[in-house]
Design a protein around this ligand. Sequence first.
Ligand SMILES: CC(C)(COP(=O)(O)OP(=O)(O)OC[C@H]1O[C@@H](n2cnc3c(N)ncnc32)[C@H](O)[C@@H]1OP(=O)(O)O)[C@@H](O)C(=O)NCCC(=O)NCCS
Length: 185
Amino acid sequence: MALETERLILDIWRSDDWTRFRPIATDVEVMRYITGGVPWIDERIRSFVDRQIESYRTRGFCRWKLLRKPAGNLIGFCGVGIWRDGLEPEIGWWLARAYWGRGLATEAAAEALDDAFERVGLERVVSIAMPENRASTRIMEKLGLDFDGEFESEGVRLVRYAMDRVRYREIGRHPAGSRRSAQVS
Ligand SMILES: CC(C)(COP(=O)(O)OP(=O)(O)OC[C@H]1O[C@@H](n2cnc3c(N)ncnc32)[C@H](O)[C@@H]1OP(=O)(O)O)[C@@H](O)C(=O)NCCC(=O)NCCS
């Protein structure tokens, strides 16, 4: 299956997609607030992709690969994963630098969040970022997630935002209202 927005397809991964994702995961600017700018090595990129395939198979959700319409180039990912060893579903997003600043991450995230609550039936979704990563925390705010506290993991200070099913129902679909999508298959 895949999801669709005005400008994007959110699709499941294939193992060999890792080479298309590689330029993103090795861009030091993309990785600035993830690893402090350290590129992922190939093994890490491969295992990320394989984990998404496994996650979709076993849990019904994953961090979708993002394909920019109409050509279908792979420009990043967005969707729900399991953060580190935590148990809570966490929504996240990475985009190739050339696509920043156009609202694409918000567009994808709104769709992925709807899917997480409506099709998957999750009770609560969190999102985690370094507080300095304002583009990321701004997306959380725009989606309607609420600040849920600060914590430290592996020596790094992080913020967590959250939304539960009750809050999702209260605000309805994505408050920015920028899209309505259809499942494309
Ligand atoms: C985070 C990321 C996905 C954002 O993608 P994007 O498509 O540019 O995001 P959007 O355009 O949908 O929204 C970004 C919002 O943050 C705002 N923003 C961007 N940079 C900002 C900054 N430095 N300070 C404050 N706000 C900022 C934008 O103005 C926009 O808000 P607005 O619509 O109210 O104007 C992209 O920067 C990225 O891939 N970064 C590297 C990977 C990463 O850090 N992922 C998150 C890990 S927690």
